[in-house]
Design a protein. Structure first.
Length: 289
């Protein structure tokens, strides 16, 4: 049986890179767990304690705990095994879709539960989710492991490949387009409110909706381009996996924090908005929360 002393220089370099890049997944897991420790009390207080099940609370739980599952899987010593890697891929997809649904419900609420906006969001959601799910399904079915050093070190230094390689660019592109649509719809409504509502009666809701939407989209846009660049790289498989995991974790963290912060504001009365017409921001938005 071979050992480290019998490896060539090229194999040693490959092994060293694998060990170094594997720490990316560990760092992302720590990021998620750190954020979770900071917000779990708010989750209990603003999501579970009210005892009211809504579409937002359901998607909140899915986005949060699917991301937790993929973060924990990254710590497993045999995470590169096709079955485990495929499971992590599915959890990442579920976390991202649930996070996008949180933003979609938020956008629908901002528009006063308009039927036209609902149809628009459903149409774009299906257009984005179906291709992504198809590509991920094909990847899961055709996954297999190729050792980067030799069979002995297959568990810590290997590459999981499938019939889908650069095809993963597709889900990243449609995700960015979908996020652009939801952001644009939200900002159109928010900008109208900011123009028509005097500043001295403007509640923090408007600034919160504006800031959260722009911040979320900015992070996801940058990360989407980074992941597209990583997909085009033939080497550093752990970095590509880490980029995909980071996207799922950040989707989860940002979307669930949006829910928690908005519920915190509503709980403390910061969502009340004195608007003389019937299109009350407080009534329309909070009814969906």
């Amino acid at each position: 049986m071979s050992n480290v002393a019998n490896l060539t220089d090229a194999q040693l370099n490959a092994l060293s890179e694998c060990i170094t890049h594997a720490r990316i997944g560990q760092s992302i897991t720590l990021l998620f767990l750190y954020d979770y420790s900071l917000t779990v009390w708010n989750e209990a207080k603003y999501v579970w304690r009210p005892g009211r099940i809504t579409l937002t609370s359901i998607t909140f739980v899915i986005a949060r705990y699917a991301a937790m599952a993929t973060a924990i899987i990254a710590l497993l010593p045999n995470a590169s095994v096709p079955a485990i890697d495929s499971t992590a891929t599915v959890f990442r997809l579920v976390a991202i879709i649930a996070s996008e649904l949180i933003l979609a419900v938020r956008t629908w609420a901002i528009w006063g539960r308009s039927r036209k906006i609902l149809v628009t969001l459903i149409s774009f959601s299906l257009a984005a989710a179906i291709p992504a799910a198809t590509i991920v399904a094909e990847s899961v079915v055709s996954n297999h492991v190729v050792p980067l050093v030799n069979e002995e070190f297959k568990g810590i230094c290997s590459l999981t490949i499938s019939n889908i390689s650069e095809g993963f660019i597709g889900p990243y592109v449609v995700a960015m387009l979908y996020e652009f649509v939801t952001l644009t719809l939200s900002l159109i409504r928010i900008i109208r409110w900011r123009k028509t509502i005097p500043e001295h009666v403007r509640a923090p809701i408007l600034d919160t909706l504006w800031r959260d939407g722009v911040l979320y989209y900015s992070f996801m846009l940058v990360l989407g381009f980074v992941n597209i660049g990583l997909v085009l790289q033939q080497g550093v498989p752990q970095v590509r996996t880490g980029g995909a995991e980071l996207q799922a974790v950040l989707h989860s963290i940002l979307s669930t924090r949006i829910v928690l912060f908005e519920r915190f504001q509503r709980h403390h009365g910061a969502w009340m908005l004195r608007v003389p017409n019937r299109d009350s921001v407080h009534q329309r938005v909070c009814d969906n929360r």
